[in-house]
Ligand binder design. Structure first.
Ligand code: ATP
Length: 422
């Protein structure tokens, strides 16, 4: 790996998905070939719809044992999901069409290969991509994103989810290409409109957990329409195993904080981001840096707060969670209805993910549902929501490649700035 591409840990770290290595405009060059240039220009002009994938989990063992009625049928070939409703003794079927449908027997590998693997390839081509998991609590968001078992005996578990599989694919491709690259990851949790750094060293996280007066990590405007998370830890990673360890550490921290603060994972959002810089050479022998970013987002449970047992003491918590999810819904509505004002600024979640909703990022939403009759109301609301989100158009753009010399110059000036404590 080119050590000159190594980036610092901590400090001022941008989470804006549109952020590419900084440089003076003069040194930024777009090296896209004529063909891809015109096709991406075409994409840019027309806009590309957010891709929406629907996954229905199987009945749990308990549900199956008590013969819970199933009200969902998935037709993967036709990309359709049908929900059967019984209103006043009349059976009403509602059918929804998605970009891809994965039924209860679908395996993690299948979902990854068909839906996520092409997105990971686009990150390596220099796009920023975001994958959201959206759905009611207990429908398989975390199972889909992280997966079941951890790595055992060095073997890759068959129920590994989207995150470890993406990491594996990224490293497999870069290694097969013998590429020179640098990679960094961030992992944060958004709970109650407060950001926790899941990768911060122990002392810092303890401080945050123990001392509630400590100001949470701040989300700052970067003055260019994006945001950055001040002080968010960036870990440089060189192997897939390092990322798996980081993921385990972050998830463990999430669980510890949950216990200490009596939180519930279903009420928090987590964002795991991987940024990759890859060195390329122009035909003239000039070294250029290509940058791509993948955001993997596990959203809080989408169920109606009033039904999930929120009571007075939890009002703020419920209200705030509601605020992020409600704002996400409002942003989606505003984008779909082309209403002038899109309320990105109304919640931290939508500020953080602004570029993924109507911006230059390629976005995919994995909506998860349960097949059980007892979840039907929430399932219909998820189906409606996800179906609506299909109409959001983004204008994906490949990040501009930068001259390596300019990237290094930028990094040196940033080191100077940090040394001066500015
Ligand atoms: N497709 C699936 N195949 C097999 N088991 C699944 C599947 N989806 C979910 N499960 C199981 O269902 C349970 C609930 O899943 P999970 O915890 O991922 O839900 P969630 O939507 O992330 O919930 P929360 O919002 O509370 O975090 C877990 O035991 C998980 O292993």
């Amino acid at each position: 790996m080119d050590s000159s591409l190594q980036q610092r840990r901590g400090g001022l770290v941008s989470l804006s998905p549109s952020q590419t290595p900084r440089s003076s405009d003069k040194s930024v060059r777009d090296l896209r070939s004529g063909d891809s240039n015109s096709s991406s220009k075409h994409e840019k002009d027309k806009g590309v719809n957010v891709q929406v994938i629907l996954r229905c989990r199987p009945l749990s063992e308990d549900e199956a044992r008590i013969h819970t009625p199933v009200v969902i049928t998935c037709n993967e070939n036709r990309r359709e999901v049908c929900a059967v409703q019984n209103i006043a003794n009349k059976q009403i079927d509602r059918t929804f069409l998605f970009d891809k449908v994965f039924g209860p027997s679908s395996q993690q590998k299948e979902l990854f290969d068909l839906a996520v693997s092409p997105i990971v390839n686009e990150v390596l081509e220099g796009y920023n991509c975001t994958i959201f998991a959206y759905g009611q609590t207990g429908t398989g968001k975390t199972y889909t994103m992280e997966g079941g078992a951890r790595k055992k005996n060095g073997e890759f578990p068959s129920d590994a989810g989207v995150i470890p599989r993406s990491v594996k694919q990224i490293f497999d491709i870069l290694e097969a290409q013998n590429a020179e690259y640098s990679m960094k990851v961030t992992f944060l949790e958004l709970y109650n409109e407060e950001i926790t750094d899941l990768l911060a060293p122990e002392e810092t996280s303890k401080f945050i957990v123990d001392d509630k007066t400590k100001k949470p990590i701040a989300l700052m405007e970067d003055g260019k329409g994006g945001v950055f998370v001040r002080g968010l830890e960036e870990e440089i990673v060189t192997t897939a195993n390092e990322i798996y360890k980081i993921l385990e550490r972050g998830s463990a921290k999430r669980r510890t904080a949950e216990t200490l603060l009596n939180k519930q994972s279903s009420r928090s959002h987590s964002i795991f981001s991987i940024t990759i810089h890859i060195k390329e050479c122009t035909p003239e022998g000039e070294e250029m840096i290509k940058c791509g970013k993948l955001n993997l987002v596990d959203l809080a449970g989408s169920e109606n707060i009033s039904r999930s047992g929120a009571r007075e003491g939890r009002a703020r918590e419920a209200g705030e969670i509601n605020k992020s999810l409600l704002t996400l819904g409002r942003v989606i509505n505003a984008l779909v209805e082309h209403s002038g004002h899109v309320p990105y600024r109304d919640s931290k979640l939508t500020r953080l993910l602004r570029d993924s909703l109507g911006g230059k990022t390629k976005t995919c939403i994995i909506a998860t549902i349960s097949p059980s009759v007892h979840c039907l109301e929430e399932t219909l609301s998820t189906l409606d929501y996800a179906h609506r989100a299909k109409n959001i158009k983004n204008k994906p753009e490949i990040n501009q490649k930068m001259m390596k010399s300019a990237v290094i110059k930028d990094l040196y000036s940033e080191i100077d700035r940090l040394k001066q404590g500015s």
